[in-house]
Design a protein around this ligand. Sequence first.
Ligand code: 13P
Ligand code: SF4
Length: 356
Amino acid sequence: MLPLPDLNPKAMDDRIEALRKTLGKRVTILGHHYQDDSVIRHVDLRGDSLELARKVKDIESEHIVFCGVYFMAESAALLARRGQKVHLPEMSANCVMAQMAPADLVERVLRQCNEARKVVPLAYVNSSVAVKGVTGKFGGAVCTSANAKKMMDWAFRQAEAVLFLPDKNLAWNSADLLGIPEDARHMVNIRHGGAEMDMNAVNDARLIMWPGCCAIHARFNVRQIESRRAEHPGARVMVHPECSPAVVAKADAAGSTSFIIKYVAEAKEGDTVIVGTEINLVERLAEQYKGKVTVVPLLESECSHMDRTRPVHLLSVLESIADPGNPAWPPCIVTVDPGVAANATSSLDRMLKEMQ
Ligand code: 13P
Ligand code: SF4
């Protein structure tokens, strides 16, 4: 790996902006809300997972630079037009939850689930494209935190039972919203390649849940809510549905990243909102609404993978586009295995169609 340029932050920002100007319409930069301010200030489009996935299809530029984590760039590569290139500035930026569901294991578990009856998979967008391919193959769809309830309802219209993966918390919280009885839910045992699955419980359940979760949202707990409420009497607590069901039950509201942003935007002057989600977003909201709404983090919980993308990585990608083949700027292009693309696309398209 060649050394990246050692510029001061101002010089780095200037160089990025100069390259954006030179490259013009050839490049569109996307950024997830969890990205650091130093990166988000350079993006053309920012959004949550659903908003960004929806925007990809309308992008005409030759290059899409995705400031986020690997699965997001993979989804963009899947939805991109022929010949369009998708770049992930920091290739090691991953999602720990997505990594909890390897595609071969998902396929093995699904095969067993489908032995006695039809079980349709519903894959949270925080999963690899290979998992989305397996999901498509079994007639399932993708969902995001913004539409998990709606898509779970869709999945129950396709089959008697649903396997939701990889987030057990989003599964449980969505099932609560749909009124699925607790005794109709089962957490599948994925140990030893699925060899220890309790097939009686699997065949009895309406909702089968994969035992994954987000380490960043799993840090929030009920005690933190109690102590924050004691510090800020009258404050409302808003959390992301990747938090545990106990935290969601204790909060005043739960919703996706876009829902959290809307909730704060619609708060009345003088309100205090305690927010339980990734700290980069919470701090940005606190700054944006300073003087109108007090935004307090439930706890400072950072997604270290989201935070891996720094301006220097964005700069390197833009240099590689402006000067292809120059070994100083190694390309960071995300591609999709053609063997899984068709099935993965159908699972994503099922979601996008349902959301129209
Ligand atoms: P959103 O779907 O709300 O953008 O969340 C993505 C994510 O990674 C949450 O941790
Ligand atoms: Fe994945 Fe959690 Fe980071 Fe979101 S916050 S990208 S779910 S690890």
